[in-house]
Unconditional design. Structure first.
Ligand code: SAH
Length: 344
């Protein structure tokens, strides 16, 4: 059996553990701060803890750590892509990006993915396993340690389907935003989902104010079913109902992600259909010219076509942005860096 994972424990859980091993409660506060604020790599450096306690913790509760297997820095825009190795050898991708509004980190929520979207590299080899809360946090902490930069925004848009790993995701979100820890503003956290409807309702009721991004990618069920297997489980109407509930409960505007694929979902009728879905929700649409993945054979529309698609949405009164292509010179789509290691 593996030892309890201290880095995944909420403040009150850590306090219980500390009391259980016969330590005074204030040790829990010290420990939590070392782990989540100072992001200590090991107990050895936790200088205000007695040496005997540090040894005991090291022996009984080893800290989950992500080690850097690869790091690529874009010469164009300073984007950095990290490939981390988790304690069991699993490989996970995360990305550090600079924006005008601050630095953002994109993390993975699973190793691989079982959603099977036809344009996505993360799902090519299926799901290996879900990540724990500490493994999601550790991607951020390790990037903060490696870059020495302040991180103000987090997007859960790397490998995996976060709402297919609900309990760990929620624990991660609570730890990330709690005042005793990194205390990231909930508004600066975005979770992207392919649309697991029951868990959108659950997330709406958690009392969090994070941004939900829905990977829509098509405006009709028939079209969505061709590229996303999840669309056979829940209809677009059911998805929209869940989004309305999310918006009502949290007051947070929803984002629709729409990967533009040449001759698949980039027609005038597609733009009109997308606008009809976005407008009543006042959803923000984020267009992503599809990143070609060798196995999918999909191509993105040319730049003029992307602009024209955007313009059509705007003419329908929709708020649209085109995802900036960051780090073009380092690796393409999500999951590709890992695939290079896993398949080679
Ligand atoms: N499982 C989550 C997070 C996935 S990645 C989700 O489905 O939302 C974040 C976004 O990138 C999703 O919208 C996903 O559909 C999209 N994406 C995946 N592969 C892509 C590719 N090759 N080109 C463009 N967008 C892609």
């Amino acid at each position: 059996m593996s030892s309890p994972d201290i880095k995944s424990m909420l403040p009150e859980e850590l306090k219980e553990l500390v009391l259980e091993i016969g330590q005074p409660a204030f040790r829990a506060k010290q420990l939590f701060e070392w782990i989540h604020v100072r992001r200590a790599k090991e107990y050895a450096g936790m200088t205000n803890l007695p040496a005997a306690l540090r040894d005991q913790l090291e022996r009984d509760y080893p800290l989950v750590r992500a080690s850097v297997r690869d790091r690529q820095v874009s010469a164009v825009d300073g984007t950095q892509k990290f490939l981390f190795e988790m304690p069991d050898g699993c490989l996970v991708e995360s990305v550090f990006m600079r924006y005008r509004f601050g630095n953002s980190v994109c993390i993975s929520s699973q190793v691989g993915c079982r959603m099977g979207c036809s344009f996505c590299a993360s799902t090519l080899h299926g799901l290996v396993r879900s990540l724990t809360a500490s493994e999601m946090l550790e991607q951020i902490y390790a990037i903060a340690r490696e870059t020495g930069e302040t991180i103000s925004h987090i997007v859960v848009m790397g490998m995996g389907e976060p709402l297919d790993n609900y309990e760990n995701l929620l624990r991660f979100l609570r730890l990330l935003t709690c005042p005793e820890g990194m205390h990231l503003s909930q508004r600066n956290v975005t979770v992207s989902t392919c649309g697991i409807v029951p868990n959108i309702y659950r997330l709406a009721e958690e009392g969090l104010h994070i941004t939900l991004a829905l990977s829509l990618h098509a405006a009709t069920d028939a079209q969505r079913q061709k590229i996303m297997p999840i669309a056979r489980r829940w209809s677009i109407e059911e998805l929209m109902e869940a989004c309305r509930a999310y918006y009502r409960a949290t007051g947070r505007q929803i984002t629709f992600e729409y990967s533009l694929i040449r001759d698949v979902n980039d027609s005038e009728a597609d733009a009109a259909g997308l606008a009809r879905l976005a407008r009543p929700l006042q959803a923000h649409v984020n267009l992503i010219p599809v990143n070609p993945v060798r196995e999918s054979g999909f191509r993105h529309p040319d730049r003029n076509h992307v602009q024209a698609f955007k313009k059509k949405l705007e003419n329908h009164g929709v708020n649209v942005s085109i995802r900036r292509a960051l780090g073009r010179d380092i690796e393409g789509a999500c999951g590709q860096l890992r695939n290079r290691y896993v398949t080679s």
